[in-house]
Design a protein around this ligand. Sequence first.
Ligand code: AVJ
Ligand code: FE
Length: 440
Amino acid sequence: TADLDVARLRDRIAAELDRTRARTVLLTSAVDDDELTRQHSPLMSPLVWDLAHVGNQEELWLVRDVGGREPVRCDIDELYDAFKQPRRDRPRLPLLAPTEARAYLGTVRDKVLDLLDGIRFTDRPLVTDGFAFGMIVQHEQQHDETMLATHQLRAGAPALTAPPPPQPRVRVADEVLVPAGPFTMGTSTDAWALDNERPAHRVDLPAYVIDAAPVTNGAYRAFIADGGYDDPRWWSEAGWQHRHEAGLTAPLHWRPDGSGWAYRRFGRWSPVRDDEPVVHVSFHEAQAYATWAGKRLPTEAEWEKAARWDPATGRSRRWPWGDADPTTEHANLGQRHLWPAPVGAYPAGASPLGVHQLIGDVWEWTASTFRGYPGFAAFPYQEYSQVFFGPDHRVLRGGSFGTDRAACRGTFRNWDYPIRRQIFSGFRCARDATDAEVRG
Ligand code: AVJ
Ligand code: FE
């Protein structure tokens, strides 16, 4: 049976690598070479940088480290080192041309499939349960989501298409009470979980109330219409300063449209639909909205308890609906659709407490800064998580319509600067439970 398990894991890894590469190819073949090498926003790399960077990371970790093979191209490591090359400078680097980059990725992948063929998943931590392969799959998927955000920023004729997300199927309550008590946060057993999700640890929370769905465009429009962007009472000091410096008046990609609003989604303008989660807001905007609404953002512990805690067993699930990987019934993930689904579209994806659309649709800003859990150990390199710990980054949870299921789960932690909104970011609110609510 051990041999059978090894064969199964090899097959699963090969399938995930393949599925992920198909997405990378889709994102980098939808536009011509000029658009691949051009910079569409100073916040983003040229798509062709992401493309070769994905191949370079695969070479570094799988070909050289796991496989112990000769370098394919050590002359390009510097060019594709994200720490050495700031995003705004990347278009001026002597990057591989699209054809060269594709050939490079192909060569690296051939070597990886060759070494995968004979691999034993020993107790060397990097290869146990196929971790390094899982890390590289997730890395490529993360850059695919970044490339999707670049597509959203690019001007010109639409290049990507997808069917619209499903319609609402149930009415969702406004809020859900989460009773006081401990739950298990993070994981020590999920084989492909990244270092910042580890280790599992008990967290005891007082009772709180959390929104049963992400904040919608309709609710967010009420904040705008009430003068929310012009009232310093709702904003933090840093948020208010940024709101003025950046001239914020609405989510990114919105413009006034008659008496309402329109948004641009992958090159197409349409009227804003009220029942969809709001997307492309910064942490500062999310925080201001929550204060205006008489609430606050959840901490990431509150988000995770609402998403994973099963009151019947006391266990924390891998996903809100259980431990099984998502199907198309559970969540709007994986770029199957190009925007968030309306509230009530995924009843099968709700958590035991009845909290909806925690996974997929929009990344959700939390109140928490990015820190290591108690007992954190950087693995396999400090530059994945540890160098970003501290007060500068806020944690986002749950994944968006552009996140792949392999790069997302109930424990997954994303992070960014509080001013960022080119990512597929939204939020939900929370508040302390009142005494009456606690007593039931
Ligand atoms: C976890 C999404 C913040 O894209 O900057 C990609 C993931 N790390 N390459 C990012 C990542 C190295 C990272 N985020
Ligand atoms: Fe990267």
